[in-house]
Design a protein around this ligand. Structure first.
Ligand code: PHE
Length: 446
């Protein structure tokens, strides 16, 4: 049977950008920027994104497109069947863990879109907070939302690459950018918005320490979906004629732009109403609903915002599920529908435990963390860094330089890629692995 693939350059691009742009951009990035020195953090983030993360992105791209296989088989076949295949297996399993808890938050976005549509954000700040706490700690409502979100994800993936993932991303990604740009314009025009822009963009280099640099790198990995096998898998569906450097750079640039615009959509509004930003769920599900309740036309902006959040989460979660779908179909001879059903069952079960850890299971901890925090920390702090590190080492030290060159330059036919290959190879072989190890250890010690 012929392997499914992306139908066009734009389709491949929006699918990759869809994977990259997600909850990480909308709630984590703006907060991290403010916490860690504003523009100073952004500068470090940009440097790390392009010097460290772009070469890793290209490495995953090369592995995927060279092998035209799922992540496990890519590592297995390109290493001549050695134990590297277990690294491939790891990059198949980790996104499933992430998909499980990601879909819990995706479910919250769904609920909040519903709340926005019924204009429920008109109480005091305290009542918005208790609305959120009551919702997440109740046993049933979040589970139903988690189920709907995961089901939607699997229903898109089951249709396939060209007709499912690509078509969905082609419609949703432009919509997503459009919505966030519109909210950002509205937000920076609010009286008192300047404080929010200062929070984001005033450089404060005194806040840059080992911890801030580690946070910037971790955020760049997560935001670009690196170390999870997703970029590798998507790249395996990209046509051999496409340009690896162009696709990778375009994804990284869109992801960065989106994060900055999201910051400009959220922070000025938060500050215009004299509030302080919190991190993560608190910002998006407690502070923002209160802000929406206060601002002119806020009911409408709230609907737009939660549509954006839901879409951003969906285009990322489909990329996580596809990694294992490709594996099950190619290695275990599942049908696409069978693979999706099995993965739905698995992620639903793990996600349910994560969801319950905000309520009935909140006392159950692993190493002092709730189930949700445990999985989040394990996958996005530790396994993701490990996955990225092993991927660059594999490409830089195990693959033949001539093969990487051939894949990166399309057989020597792309003149810019030929010119930059020397620099890229140096980054992949030396700078990336050393920097990842150094920053990771430094972050732990700090
Ligand atoms: N990049 C996504 C985000 O920013 C998260 C993600 C991680 C997606 C890993 C796919 C794989 O939210």
């Amino acid at each position: 049977m012929k392997r499914d693939s992306f139908g066009s350059r734009f389709g491949a691009l929006v699918a990759m950008a869809g994977s990259a742009v997600g909850l990480g951009n909308l709630w984590r990035f703006p907060y991290l920027v403010g916490e860690n020195g504003g523009a100073a953090f952004i500068i470090i983030y940009i440097l790390l994104s392009f010097i460290i993360c772009l070469p890793i992105f290209v490495s995953e791209f090369v592995l995927g497109r060279r092998s035209q296989k799922n992540a496990y088989a890519a590592f297995r076949d390109l290493s001549g069947g050695s134990a590297w295949k277990y690294v491939g297996l790891m990059t198949v399993i980790v996104p499933l863990v992430v998909a499980s808890y990601y879909s819990v938050i995706g479910g919250w976005s769904f609920e909040y879109l519903f709340k926005a549509c019924t204009f429920s954000f008109n109480g005091s700040q305290a009542s918005m907070s208790s609305m959120f706490t009551d919702f997440v700690s109740s046993p049933w409502a979040p589970l139903i939302c988690h189920t709907i979100f995961l089901l939607t994800t699997c229903l898109i993936v089951v249709v396939g690459i060209k007709d499912g993932i690509e078509k969905f991303s082609k419609v949703m990604m432009p919509l997503l950018f459009f919505i966030v740009i519109a909210i950002a314009i509205y937000s920076v025009c609010l009286p008192g918005a300047k404080a929010g822009l200062d929070y984001l963009f005033n450089p404060d280099f005194s806040k840059i320490d080992g911890k801030a640099i580690a946070a910037a790198l971790g955020q760049a990995f997560f935001s670009l979906s690196l170390g999870f096998g997703t970029i590798l898998t998507y790249a395996s569906y990209v046509d051999k004629k496409e340009n690896a450097l162009f696709q990778s750079t375009a994804t990284a640039v869109s992801d960065l732009m989106f994060a900055l615009i999201a910051g400009m959509a959220i922070m000025p509004a938060v500050f215009a109403f004299g509030l302080n930003p919190q991190s993560g769920p608190g910002l998006v599900f407690e502070t923002l609903p209160f802000v929406f309740g206060q601002m002119p036309a806020g009911g409408f902006i709230a609907i737009l915002f939660f549509v954006a959040l839901l879409v951003a989460a969906l285009t990322s979660s489909i990329s996580m599920i596809e990694v294992a779908v490709a594996y099950l179909m190619e290695e275990k001879k599942f049908s696409r529908i069978g693979a999706c059903a099995a993965l739905f069952a698995l992620c639903w079960t793990v996600g349910t435990m994560c969801s319950l850890s905000f309520g009935p299971l909140s006392d159950f901890t692993i190493g002092g963390r709730t189930i949700f925090d445990f999985f989040d920390n394990l996958s996005s702090n530790i396994l993701m860094t490990l996955g990225s590190l092993l991927t660059v080492i594999f490409v830089g030290w195990r693959l033949k330089k001539t093969d990487v060159y051939d894949e990166f330059t399309n057989g020597g036919s792309l003149s810019t890629n030929v010119k930059v290959f020397g620099v890229l190879w140096f980054l992949i072989r030396y700078i990336c692995p050393l920097a990842i190890i150094f920053i990771f250890v430094y972050g732990l010690v700090a």
